[in-house]
Design a protein. Structure first.
Length: 128
């Protein structure tokens, strides 16, 4: 699944465009696509040392959009087999989020520190 540099970004963007097409089909021609995130594609403005982090974040965005799409479709599907398959695909997308996040945390130490701070804040606020 993971490929070097531009190929990974290209794959991520293809995945996102695939989701756009599914939304059009789901909502009918010209359907509302506002539920999908906008993934930036102007890479010339990204510093070379930040490119991999941006690619990984774009991958996370695409996977989160996919999770939402498949879970929403499962919620409205009438056929139980279709519901089951859509929920299973959504679960696979959650694994992809974990893969991208693991790589991102390895490349961006600040992200890991801030993620831990967020966890601590939640624990303080809700006592867990």
């Amino acid at each position: 699944m993971l490929r070097a540099g531009g190929t990974l970004l290209y794959t991520t963007l293809l995945h996102w465009r695939h989701l756009q097409t599914r939304i059009k089909i789901y909502y009918g021609k010209g359907g509302d696509q506002s539920m999908l995130s906008t993934i930036p594609t102007r890479l010339e403005s990204v510093k070379k040392e930040d490119l991999d982090k941006e690619i990984l974040r774009a991958g996370i965005i695409a996977e989160l959009d996919a999770i939402n799409l498949y879970e929403q479709m499962a919620a409205v599907a009438k056929n139980n087999d279709i519901k089951k398959i859509l929920r299973d695909i959504a679960k696979e997308e959650k694994t992809h989020v974990g893969e991208f996040l693991t790589l991102l945390l390895g490349k961006d130490g600040e992200q890991g520190v801030e993620l831990e701070k967020g966890k601590e804040e939640i624990e303080e606020l809700i006592g867990k």
